[in-house]
Write a protein that binds this ligand. Structure first.
Ligand code: FES
Length: 108
């Protein structure tokens, strides 16, 4: 029995869209958001090299610490907040149920 996880994307203040996804396929948050229609270029294919999958974590369970590669990429972006993460580096796991993120603008 595999477990699905529910994550939420805040599209505007107070407006959240639920995405439900399986956790047994090794998918990243970037992949499920992209599949759900969000405009994420992911030009590096999920290698923590392009920064186009930048999200801000707004609420939810604690995530594993970012790797050095992820941190280096985040620090090179024009805007980095306390909750900044690369969604391609977040593997879906039942533990992440209830995670709330928002997609960060690319032209900031
Ligand atoms: S997809 Fe390129 S950094 Fe995440």
């Amino acid at each position: 029995m595999t477990e699905d996880v529910r994550v939420y994307v805040e599209e505007a203040p107070g407006q959240r869209r639920e995405i439900q996804a399986p956790t047994d396929m090794g998918l990243s948050l970037m992949e499920v958001m992209k599949a759900d229609g969000y405009d994420i270029q992911a030009t590096c294919g999920g290698m923590a090299l392009c920064g186009t999958c930048h999200v801000e974590v707004l609420a939810g369970p604690e995530l594993p610490e970012p790797s050095d590669d992820e941190l280096a990429m985040l620090e090179s972006l024009p805007v980095m907040t306390q909750g900044s993460r690369l969604s391609c580096q977040i593997r879906l796991h039942p533990r992440l149920d209830g995670l709330v993120v928002r997609l960060m603008p690319q032209d900031a």
